[in-house]
Design a protein around this ligand. Structure first.
Ligand SMILES: [Ca+2]
Ligand SMILES: [Ca+2]
Ligand SMILES: [Ca+2]
Length: 402
């Protein structure tokens, strides 16, 4: 039985705005606890109430990489690189999943199947997976992913091809290093993931968008775009396989539905956090700032869902003949935010690199990482979008909650 509705009824500002609420409070004062239960009854179908803040624990793991939120069920998931933690909205730790050596990055929750999707990299094996995690079964601490069939994986061939490209044609692929001409578009793998509509079709079905990691490298000019792949995960049950670290599989879609490019300038490890906000109908791309002097090096970029991809030059990426630029499907950055006079780029100097998740009504969770080696922490704050160029988020208050 839900009891939250009675918590926030007596707020003076709500009473001012809502005559009905004022009448309810008056009745409660007159009739006592029995009336509280009666008054609360109609609201029991409401989703669990979002916390204004949450501490995601202290873990002997890698740093927090991203979060996912199950609004209806009332759970928040934290990727700590080699550990996934599940908390409920009250802040209770429900369980953890452990036992892989790859890099679990950003996450998203798919309401269509109740699973969490996350990027999972094995660079040495040139294997790049989306982990599909049956999070409802994470009911205790320390579940081993290798023995429990909770985490399955789908391989993304497109990423593996770009990652392992011997781009300088010297017959040798240089592997997991930033200081090389290899790796197409500078691809270091994948990190940001989010569900949302096809670019240019905001009313369309939900697809999984996967963002490349891009090595930070100021010496080359073909790494100035973020690369986004879109997939329909409708048939991924057929493609998903258990994770085997000793024999990495390659089961997955041959190609994405679409491959898109966003010119931001090179950023260190590409899009760290990717998320779609249904309220603003806008994708958000959180990055570690780039280091090229010709770009504004914002930390947060946005792309409007309605903005249709346009075929054009991938400036800096030589085409096959070497006498022009490769052509690609370009996405424009959203308006608003800071504007860089030299490049025309728009964005915000907002930390959004280890946890960014819209939750509706213009509210977002933003994560901060902390702690130290083998004691990593995450702290979430519920923020309200303002779009203000200097400070696009302010902390949310109880007044912002439904
Ligand atoms: Ca990351
Ligand atoms: Ca090479
Ligand atoms: Ca995400």
């Amino acid at each position: 039985m839900s009891t939250f509705p009675c918590i926030h009824l007596p707020r003076p500002t709500r009473i001012r705005r809502r005559p009905v609420a004022r009448a309810v409070v008056f009745a409660l004062l007159l009739l006592g606890p029995a009336a509280t239960l009666l008054a609360a009854a109609p609201a029991e179908t409401k989703a669990p109430r979002l916390p204004l803040a949450q501490h995601g624990g202290t873990w002997p793991s890698g740093h927090v990489q991203g979060i996912a939120v199950d609004l209806r069920g009332g759970y928040i998931y934290y990727s700590f690189t080699n550990l996934l933690a599940r908390y409920d909205f009250s802040g209770r730790l429900v369980g953890t999943l452990v036992g892989w050596t790859g890099h679990l990055g950003d996450l998203d929750f798919n309401p269509a199947d109740g699973k969490v999707y996350g990027s999972l990299e094995y660079k040495a094996d040139e294997a790049f997976y989306i982990a599909v995690i049956d999070v409802a079964r994470i009911d205790r601490v320390g579940i081993d992913a290798a023995t429990a069939d909770i985490l399955r994986t789908v391989h993304l061939q497109e990423v593996a091809r770009d990652y392992a490209a011997d781009l300088d044609g010297d017959g040798r692929f240089d592997g997991d290093v930033a200081d090389t001409r290899d790796h197409r578009y500078g691809c270091s793998g994948i990190d940001g993931v989010g569900f949302g509509p096809a670019f240019g079709h905001p009313d369309g079905p939900s697809l999984l968008t996967v963002a490349y990691g891009i090595y930070g490298n100021t010496e080359r000019a073909d790494n100035d775009h973020q690369v986004l792949l879109q997939y329909d995960v409708g048939d991924w049950d057929r493609l998903a396989r258990p994770l085997s670290e000793t024999a990495p599989h390659r089961s997955g879609p041959d190609a994405p539905l679409g491959k898109y490019f966003v010119r931001t300038g090179n950023t260190t490890y590409g899009v760290q956090n990717l998320a779609y906000d249904e309220t603003l109908r806008r994708w958000f791309l959180g990055v570690y700032p780039g280091r090229k002097s010709g770009f504004p090096n914002y930390r947060l970029f946005a792309v409007d869902a309605a903005s249709a991809p346009v075929n054009g030059d991938l400036v800096g990426v030589p085409d096959a003949d070497g006498d022009g630029w490769e052509q690609g499907r370009l996405l424009a950055l959203s308006g608003g935010g800071l504007e860089d006079a030299a490049t025309g780029q728009r964005g915000w100097q907002q930390k959004a690199d280890v946890g960014l998740q819209p939750v509706g009504r213009g509210l977002f969770y933003l994560a901060r990482n902390g702690g130290g080696k083998q004691a990593q922490t995450a702290d979430l704050t519920l923020m309200r979008w303002t779009g203000n160029p200097g400070a696009p988020f302010v902390p949310a208050t109880l007044e912002d909650l439904p």
